[in-house]
Each structure stands twice: as structure tokens, then as C-alpha cells.
Ligand binder design. Structure first.
Ligand SMILES: *Cc1c(COP(=O)(O)O)cnc(C)c1O
Length: 233
């Protein structure tokens, strides 16, 4: 057992996931852990990689590109997930350097990603959904989700894996679960309509238990793994 501080934090987060999965009657192996490393420097990521962590999530493109360049030579097996706001001027670099994108919310952006991914393994994508109404400006509105999801699923160099949401913060378990349940309903509906989705990307440090109870297959955890971030983001 590796007893560095990062490995201890990783074990604690995995234990939280395992306890929530047990409470939900789920197999914890069905919940992938994405380490959200925004604002942390490459040595912090390398320390977590040394404990066995493979999936890392980044929000800010320039910061992410520098970290990927620094870590890829020594850690070619890491998987990089882009989870931040995605405008069209960022798609070329995202298509070139990332394995996953969780924050697709416009068809024009998805089309650019697909064109720019030409000739490589498909980019794995999630559509981000606004499940918190007025409280959030990010994500496609539920009323527009079907059209967007079906169009993204047709793009040749993307593989639509599922849905992602960042609900407005809430303090009680019930209040945390409500928007996550809405995302899960949309996910199940799209699956019933024939889309082969397997990824429900929801849950962060403060609400990962609620997310696992509502069926998350991937939780995005930052501060519980790396400590508090210096700047609020
Ligand atoms: C920062 C961030 C996270 C992780 O948040 P923590 O509260 O630090 O766990 C997850 N998802 C997205 C999209 C983020 O921007």
C-alpha cells in the first residue's frame, strides 16, 4: 500500500464511492473516478498517477495543454478529459490533445471537433445539460437535448457516450439528488430512444454520494483529491 498523502486522499474518495455504491445496491466498479486537476501543477498530478489514477479532468485549455505536454512523455497512459466551457476557437487543440470532452452544448462546436479529429480514434463526448434552470448558464436546455444528442451521435469522429451536468450547489442530500435525478431521466429516455449511451458524468467533491445514488457512472472530483484550490473557480 502506498502511504503518500495523495494516495491516502485517493483511497478516501474511493471509499466514499464504495459506500455510496453499496447503499445504492450498485457495484462500485461501475463508477469511474475522474480527478479534476485544474489549478494544480504537474507534480500533484504525477503523485496521484503514482497511486494508480489514470483519468484527469481539466477546465482551462492553455493550462491543460502545458500540463499534458509536461506529463505525456513520462505518463503516456493517462487519459485527458476536457470539462470546461468550450468555444469554437478551442476545438482544434481539444480535438488534438484530449481523449474525452464532457462539455459539448452546441452542434456547431461538435461538428468542428469531429472535423478536426479526422484520422484518429474517435473523441469520446458527453453532452452537457442544464438541469438547474435559471441558476446555471451552462449546458443545453432539456427541451433542446434530443435534437442535439441525435445530431452529435451521427458525427463520424465523435462517439457520444452520455450526459454531463453541473447542478447548482445544494446542501441537503435531497436537494442535491433532485437535479441529478433529472439528468438520469434524460439519460434513460435517450437510451430508450435507441442511443447507446453508457456514461452519466455527474457528482463532485460535495455531492458524489448523491450522484452515485442517482446512477452516476463517472464522478468528477477535484478538491477532495488535491485539496482546496487557491482561486475560486
Ligand atoms: C472544478 C470542477 C469539478 C470538481 O469540483 P470539486 O468541488 O473540486 O470536486 C467537477 N466538474 C467540473 C466541471 C469542474 O469545473
Amino acid at each position: 500500500m502506498n502511504d503518500t498523502e495523495p494516495c491516502k486522499r485517493l483511497r478516501e474518495v474511493r471509499a466514499r464511492i464504495a459506500a455510496a455504491a453499496a447503499a445504492a445496491g450498485r457495484d462500485a466498479a461501475g463508477v469511474r473516478l475522474l480527478a479534476v486537476s485544474k489549478t494544480f501543477a504537474p507534480p500533484a498530478l504525477a503523485a496521484l498517477a503514482a497511486c494508480g489514477q489514470r483519468d484527469f479532468g481539466e477546465n482551462y485549455l492553455q493550462e491543460a495543454l502545458a500540463k499534458i505536454a509536461a506529463l505525456r512523455p513520462s505518463h503516456p497512459d493517462l487519459r485527458w478529459h476536457f470539462i470546461g466551457p468550450l468555444q469554437s476557437n478551442k476545438t482544434r487543440d481539444v480535438a488534438a490533445h484530449f481523449d474525452w470532452v464532457h462539455s459539448v452544448e452546441r452542434l456547431s462546436v461538435a461538428q468542428r471537433l469531429s472535423r478536426q479529429r479526422e484520422g484518429r480514434a474517435p473523441l469520446q463526448v458527453c453532452v452537457q445539460v442544464n438541469v438547474s434552470g435559471e441558476a446555471s448558464k451552462s449546458g443545453v436546455e432539456p427541451a433542446q437535448l434530443d435534437a442535439l444528442a441525435h445530431a452529435v451521435a451521427q458525427l463520424p469522429n465523435l462517439r457520444l457516450r452520455g450526459l454531463m451536468a453541473i447542478p447548482a450547489p445544494a446542501t441537503t442530500l435531497a436537494a442535491q439528488r433532485a437535479p441529478l435525478a433529472r439528468l438520469r431521466e434524460q439519460f434513460e429516455r435517450l437510451r430508450s430512444a435507441g442511443l447507446e449511451l453508457d456514461t452519466l458524468s455527474m457528482g463532485m467533491s460535495a455531492d458524489l454520494e448523491a450522484a452515485v445514488l442517482e446512477g452516476a457512472t463517472l464522478v468528477r472530483v477535484g478538491s477532495a483529491l488535491f485539496g482546496a484550490r487557491a482561486k475560486p473557480v
